[in-house]
Design a protein. Structure first.
Length: 305
């Protein structure tokens, strides 16, 4: 297999972003503003995730949304009037920021009308794929997956390489302390010839810590073979009474579908709750050329109190 064929074999065009949730942990703000639009410094989390997908080669973002959350997809629309106004006022750098999101990739949305779980949300994307799309990426917008030096991790590109080699589906795993493992989908794994790649023999959603098959947990990035949609049609409600993506992956494994994980060693932020969001915000602020130094000084003083 040539290098080019091999990279095409792992490739995907559509990145699905499940964003239909109520954002209960951010109420009352989420009465009016979807949590995916909350800013990390000045940029909504959904744009950071879209930029990651585009950098990995996606040309379409498919947002799974719910009635009332249309502003998430609308955020990606061109606003040429605003761009022109800013440029006329000599604010070119700001105009460039406004152009960034619409320029990343095409954005479409589909509705999830009932909150029946992550598996049900991803299933809504199936009919929106073209016939020749053999794989799809799923990015959970609560999870910011960082490179070792911060910024985009490149983990999706690595996952595409692994799919090109092993076929099937490839997920991103983090090694999580056992006392926190019951918040995650957890993998039963064995080693491969590559240090950062493991073969998955089973997957279980939110196990008790003592029952968890390992400390390797799913963390918001999936590269799924199209076969996932057929599996999603066949699962029944699982953990929390919801249709779980984890259970569809486990069903595929039980039927012999190859599943691997890339164990990512970079950082990660959980934007889905105020504590994780605050860490992400502070982390990005500290790296910001304009605000970083000032915040560092203020925090140092503040922490002395
Ligand atoms: C979801 C998935 C879980 C995964 C987690 C990663 O859970 O169901 O398998 O480990 O995202 O953040 P949630 O956090 O939505 O309950």
């Amino acid at each position: 297999m040539s290098a080019q064929t091999s990279s095409t074999a792992g490739a995907f065009r559509t990145a699905v972003v499940p964003a239909a949730g109520l954002g209960t942990r951010f109420l009352p703000t989420t009465k009016a503003v979807p949590k995916e639009l909350l800013p990390v410094v000045d940029t909504p989390g959904i744009e950071l995730v879209a930029a990651e997908a585009a950098a990995a080669g996606a040309d379409r973002l498919l947002i799974v949304t719910s009635p009332g959350k249309e502003s998430v997809a609308a955020y990606f629309r061109d606003d040429s009037e605003l761009v022109e106004t800013l440029e006329a006022r000599g604010k070119g750098a700001l105009a460039e920021k406004i152009r960034r999101a619409p320029g990343l990739l095409a954005v479409d949305s589909v509705y999830q009308y009932e909150p029946k779980g992550l598996g049900h949300a991803v299933a809504q994307a199936g009919p929106a794929l073209a016939d020749d799309e053999q794989a799809v990426a799923v990015l959970l917008p609560d999870d910011l997956v960082l490179g070792s030096g911060g910024g985009d991790s490149g983990v999706l590109a690595r996952m595409a390489e692994v799919r090109a080699t092993h076929g099937g589906s490839v997920l991103c795993a983090f090694d999580i302390p056992r006392e926190q493992i019951s918040a995650y989908g957890v993998f039963d794994v064995s080693d491969t010839g590559d240090d950062d790649v493991k073969q998955v023999h089973g997957m279980v959603e939110k196990p008790d810590a003592e029952d968890a098959p390992s400390t390797f947990a799913a963390a918001g990035r999936y590269l799924l073979d199209r076969a996932i949609f057929d599996a999603l049609d066949r699962i029944t409600p699982g953990s929390g009474g919801e249709l779980q993506l984890t259970d569809a992956v486990a069903l595929l494994i039980s039927e012999g579908h190859p599943v691997h994980v890339v164990v990512h060693s970079g950082g990660r932020h959980d934007l889905g709750n105020p504590a994780g969001y605050a860490r992400a915000y502070v982390d990005f602020m500290l790296q910001h050329p304009e605000y970083g130094e000032d915040l560092r000084g203020w925090l140092t003083d503040r922490l002395k109190d």
